[in-house]
Design a protein around this ligand. Structure first.
Ligand code: B12
Ligand code: SF4
Length: 549
């Protein structure tokens, strides 16, 4: 592969695509597709109770940390800020990171680089690289498919096999719920850890699996539990955290690594909590006690459909698993697909109803979507079922089908999807309430557990329950009285249980903070009705930086 003539002396800009994101515009922004994990695809029908927060672009942060060239990361720029950065500094290389929906923005950014910084080499990476014919759609010098750290190291003539250094990443920012922006303090938000990219399970629709090699393949940044433990200790002391968002598509699948991590956590008395992604078959490799001792406090699990044939779900009673996890204080985020091959207008409602009946704390619904690079995309292309006139900005699984389904129309795909979100909210109430339910169950079960690390973790959660969360329960109970008495009644029951556990403080906070939260939530609902949306702030971070003379 060709290396850059300046090698590690080259000055590099790594940028995510420009905003705004949550507004319709000609570059491919869509109001339905905000830069927010929960509000985009999980709690979007929950009004002011929707959990809102932003996540940084971790791919370019990882690349920056692992090269020795002077490098700026520009995250969530406006178009103007991107142009300013290009003209105020001279860059030899401009790297742009994007997913497929944002291909229109990448095209515009390449055009801007050619105009404002014509000597720069343009490198485009991230999932957008999987778009067939991307070379002819954008004006870039290099389009990088798959893992980017090793590619960039090779391009600069550096050692691609050097150990991976992990940047200290605060996982979420500007968290907002019930109209209140949660204050951010050091250690108050989990740190993101990225042990690997890709997933060997290779489900046919899965773009992350396909992008990093597909079935049987993935790229490990940290092979062993010991390595992972050391990285986590480093980040714990830098960010003062005891909570980690583990960004690994199937963390629990690698049991040896996880159990080694547990061993080290026990030896060092670490009372950490881990939020993980894991498939049902991987979760079942552990006993509930192993999961609890490992600090698993939140699991994102693909439920897909009660009748699906994915290997990861074979033989699993997912309903029972979900219930069990919650009984052990582990919050469950389920993920269900709308529009699988066996779905029809006749069975769709029933399938959604079954998904809702799992009663997970959070529930993501996504349309079955053939995305370039995946086996499903190939299959649909071979069968001539891809709709070819759809703007890529509208192919994100939250709008309408991008293929011809055998039984469900494109218009109905959106109706079913919207109904799924609505039904989950109607039947199960706000995710915030469900989370409190799980946390209380965990506290009641483990408050006297022999391992002090575990007790400490549940005590930390209980502290939130008897303070702000109980006030939130009070406000939710009042708000739902008018619209859904059954949900209001359930919230009332839970609040009473919390107050039985913590008679003084929980009551006090409900009485004092509850009415304020209720007022803030109602104000937020009015703002949302008027079309208020939220955008992430812009970040500029420089490393190995010396100003150009
Ligand atoms: C965090 C995240 C987000 C964050 C935002 C992140 C951000 N700042 O952009 C939030 C939650 C807001 C989000 C939103 C969305 N997301 Co998202 N998201 C993720 C998630 C979970 C993690 C991304 C990550 O950091 N991975 C770890 C890093 C290390 O990997 P990476 O980003 O791929 O980077 C590596 C390589 O790709 C490459 N690389 C990346 N950039 C560059 C740049 C250069 C120059 C080079 C050389 C290499 C390179 O090198 C990196 C290291 O190996 C992924 C799933 C996943 N597991 O990756 C989905 C994922 C990226 N999101 C996806 C989608 C579809 C969306 C949404 C449309 C929502 C939706 N309906 O699903 C919206 C879009 C919002 C918008 N308006 O743009 C898809 C992308 C599909 C595709 N093929 O394009 C993914 C893959 C999830 C999935 N499996 O469907 N997302
Ligand atoms: S188990 Fe999840 S992450 Fe792995 S391939 Fe299947 S959908 Fe993708």
């Amino acid at each position: 592969m060709e290396t850059h003539p300046k090698g590690s002396q080259a000055r590099i800009l790594l940028s995510s695509v420009f905003g705004p994101y949550a507004q319709d515009d000609k570059f491919g922004s869509r109001s339905i597709n905000p830069m927010e994990l929960y509000h985009n695809q999980v709690t979007r029908a929950q009004g002011s109770f929707s959990l809102r927060m932003f996540h940084r672009s971790w791919g370019i942060m990882m690349i920056q940390e692992n090269i020795s060239a002077p490098c700026s990361v520009l995250d969530f720029p406006t178009r103007k800020a991107f142009a300013r950065e290009l003209t105020r500094n001279h860059y030899d290389i401009v790297g742009i990171s994007s997913i497929i929906v944002n291909v229109g923005k990448v095209r515009e950014m390449c055009r801007m680089v050619r105009e404002l910084s014509p000597d720069s080499a343009i490198v485009v990476g991230g999932h957008v690289a999987a778009v067939p014919g991307i070379e002819t759609m954008i004006d870039a010098d290099h389009i990088v498919r798959g893992e980017g750290i090793s590619w960039m190291r090779r391009y600069l003539g550096e050692d691609e096999h050097a150990p991976i250094k992990h940047p200290a990443i605060v996982s979420g920012l500007r968290t907002r719920i019930m109209g209140v922006r949660i204050p951010q303090w050091k250690g108050g938000t989990a740190a993101t850890i990225i042990p690997s990219v890709g997933c060997p399970m290779g489900c046919n629709f899965c773009t992350t699996s396909a992008f990093f090699g597909g079935k049987g393949k993935f790229v490990n940044f940290y092979e062993t539990g010991d390595e992972l433990f050391d990285v986590m200790c480093g980040i714990e002391s830098k960010l003062k955290v005891n909570s980690f968002f583990v960004m690994d598509e199937n963390f629990l699948l690698h049991r040896t690594r996880a159990m080694q991590l547990l061993k080290r956590m026990k030896q060092a008395g670490k009372s950490w909590e881990l939020s993980v992604f894991a498939s049902a078959n991987a979760i079942r490799k552990y006993t509930m006690l192993e999961l609890v001792e490992l600090g698993i406090s939140w699991v994102w699990m693909g439920l897909e459909s009660p009748r699906s044939s994915y290997a990861k779900l074979h033989g699993e009673n997912v309903q029972q698993l979900t219930r069990e996890l919650r009984q052990h204080g582990i919050r469950v985020q389920g993920s269900t697909i709308v529009g699988l091959e066996h779905h029809t207008p006749d069975n769709m409602a029933e399938e959604i109803e079954s998904a809702v009946n799992y009663q997970t704390d959070f529930h993501q619904f996504m349309l079955y979507t053939p995305v370039p690079g995946t086996p499903l995309y190939q299959e649909m292309a071979d069968q001539g079922r891809l709709l070819t006139d759809i703007d890529p900005a509208d192919i994100h699984g939250q709008f309408k089908f991008n293929f011809v389904h055998s039984a469900i129309s494109r218009e109905d795909s959106k109706r079913f999807l919207d109904w799924a979100f609505w039904r989950d909210f109607e039947k199960n109430g706000p995710s915030l309430y469900r989370m409190c339910q799980t946390m209380l169950q965990g506290w009641q079960r483990y408050k006297d557990y022999p391992d002090p690390r575990v007790r400490e973790r549940f005590a930390r959660e209980a502290q939130k329950l008897n303070y702000a969360y109980n006030a939130a329960l009070w406000a939710m109970e009042k708000e739902f009285k008018k619209v859904n008495r059954s949900v209001s009644g359930r919230i009332h029951k839970l609040r009473r249980e919390v107050e039985k556990e913590f008679p003084v403080l929980a009551r006090l906070t409900a009485a004092s903070l509850g009415p304020i939260l209720l007022w803030a939530a109602r104000r937020e609902d009015r703002r949302l009705a008027k079309g208020r949306t939220y955008e992430p702030p812009t970040f500029v971070e420089r490393r190995n930086w010396v100003s150009a003379s």
